[in-house]
Ligand binder design. Structure first.
Ligand SMILES: [Zn+2]
Ligand SMILES: [Zn+2]
Length: 522
């Protein structure tokens, strides 16, 4: 016990669960082991009293806004606890946690990150990698001026697209437009019209007129407006070049250049614990269970004839081995060569079966089924206990191929936070998550600003803390709620650092924690 009374935690009158008014002093900065026979109250003292109070006080340090996201513990049955710092407990035996739980979910950092992403991240187009911004008349006007200046101040036509609905004829739509004062059509393609709103020169037109024209065009054009710069003219006033591409704008989450629409972000889109955000293939686990062919053909020096396919060497499935021998002879697949010397096409034949295969009913006998369809057939019988046991011997978890471990649907990973400098400061571009569905080149990925939520989850806590310490957010996004969230995230990250977990990534599974019950306090 410490001489200095302030250097210890003093518990007075603990009577949680079966504790009988216990007084105890615990020195700080020491490793303390609590032992005793089962039922003597070790957990009641350590978890239900000491940790519960530490956690309660830790939570009290947060704002009321943040507290709604945190688990609150009941006040323990105790007269007094003095000198207690905020505490964390790591209890591997907690039955509530699922295999989806990670350092990020346990510390609630995952919750804060998803809130932050829903509020303050920026969307980048999956096709062209440019930011997808919601345009408004002011931003369009500013962009028009900049582009017009670059293009030598051409005359421009402000137009909006309109699709003729199936139950209307073109004449009906044209007369409706006419009654609203729209008389000129800029272009038509099938059922899509482009209607002229106004023609002007950006440099000389009054701002109010341009804004008014844009507002009207956006209203009738359902949030879309196209600005067509006129082709340049030579000194004699003749058109010399083909008209340049229109400048496209949209008030929705819509990449006007690629004509791709995006969904509004929601918190749940950034959570792998929500059906909205979770990858559809692995349901948010990041891994899928499948046949592990390394277990099916464990010895590559064996020949097919001598039993390279392990599950077919038992009495129950000898028939399959006989089928294999019969069909291999017919198709000229060598039965007397070691598996490893077979060609890729021969191996594929053994495993995948023949391409003509449709189903057992239609194809068998006559078409070779392959190991894969044998396992599919086993799956269909998996309600039988002995089949389940057999399957479990040849199955293993493999990373989910669709989300590659990010656990999220592809669209959530188009949202990024921070600028290029923020991202470069903590994570090399080649280490950043790259969706396979993405059309971006390496060069595009390198310059796209910021990081995705999966990048942040993969970063060690130390680097994640550095990212949030210097994060640049556009001032328009920095409202009070976002500031609060950032504060919570920084506090929690520095807390993890203080307790020595700075090396862990937020996505690290709780299984990586040291085994058994252990509690850490500062
Ligand atoms: Zn695009
Ligand atoms: Zn997945």
């Amino acid at each position: 016990m410490s001489d200095n009374r302030s250097e210890a935690i003093h518990i007075v009158g603990a009577r949680q669960n079966n504790l009988k008014h216990i007084d105890v002093d615990l020195p700080l900065n020491e490793l303390i082991v609590v032992t005793g026979v089962s039922g003597s109250g070790k957990s009641s003292l350590v978890f239900d009293t000491l940790y519960a109070e530490g956690q309660r006080r830790y939570v009290e340090t947060f704002s009321p806004y943040a507290r709604q996201f945190l688990d609150r513990m009941d006040k323990p049955q105790v007269d007094r606890i003095d000198g207690i710092p905020p505490a964390i407990a790591i209890d591997q035996t907690n039955p509530v946690r699922t295999s989806r739980s990670t350092v990020g979910t346990m510390t609630e950092l995952a919750d804060h990150l998803k809130l932050l992403f829903a509020r303050a991240s920026q969307l980048y187009c999956r096709s062209c990698s440019r930011p997808v911004l919601r345009d408004n008349p002011d931003s369009i006007h500013a962009d028009m001026q900049a582009r017009a200046q670059q293009a030598g101040d051409p005359r421009v036509i402000i137009a909006f697209p309109l699709t003729i609905p199936d139950n209307f004829s073109e004449e009906e739509i044209l007369s409706l437009l006419q009654s609203q004062g729209y008389t000129r059509i800029h272009s038509r393609m099938k059922s899509r019209l482009e209607v002229v709103q106004d023609r002007l020169r950006t440099s000389s037109a009054e701002r109010a007129r341009v804004i008014q024209a844009l507002e009207a065009a956006l209203r009738v054009g359902n949030g879309c407006v196209n600005v067509h710069p006129a082709a340049a003219e030579d000194s004699a006033g003749e058109t010399v070049v083909v008209p340049p591409a229109p400048w496209k704008y949209s008030t929705a989450l819509h990449c006007a250049d690629c004509d791709l629409h995006y969904r509004e972000p929601s918190q749940s889109a950034f959570s792998f614990n929500s059906p909205v955000g979770a990858c559809g293939t692995c349901r948010g686990f990041g891994r899928v269970i499948g046949v592990d062919y390394g277990l099916v053909i464990p010895d590559e020096s064996k020949t097919l004839g001598a039993g390279a396919v392990k599950p077919w060497q038992t009495q129950s499935f000898k028939e399959c081995q006989d089928d294999l021998v019969k069909y291999a002879k017919k198709r000229g697949i060598p039965l007397d060569q070691p598996w490893r010397t077979l060609s890729a096409a021969q191996k594929k034949w053994v495993i995948d079966g023949e391409p003509e295969w449709v189903s057992w009913k239609e194809s068998w006998p006559g078409v070779w089924y392959g190991v894969q369809h044998y396992f599919d057939w086993l799956e269909s019988k998996a309600y039988k206990m002995h089949i389940r046991v057999l399957l479990s011997r040849y199955r293993a978890y493999t990373p989910c191929e669709d989300c590659e471990g990010s656990r999220l649907k592809p669209d959530a990973l188009l949202w990024r936070i921070g600028n290029r400098e923020d991202a470069d400061g903590v994570m090399e571009p080649r280490m950043r998550y790259r969706q396979k569905q993405l059309a971006w080149t390496d060069a595009q990925l390198r310059v796209v600003p910021g990081l995705t939520i999966h990048d942040l989850m993969q970063l060690p806590v130390d680097r994640c803390a550095r990212f949030f310490a210097t994060l640049h957010l556009p001032s328009a996004l920095l409202d009070e709620a976002t500031q609060l969230l950032l504060g919570e995230i920084r506090t929690r990250l520095s807390y993890l650092q203080e307790v020595g977990l700075g090396y862990l990534a937020l996505i690290a599974s709780r299984a990586r924690f040291p085994g058994g019950k252990c509690s850490v306090s500062t």
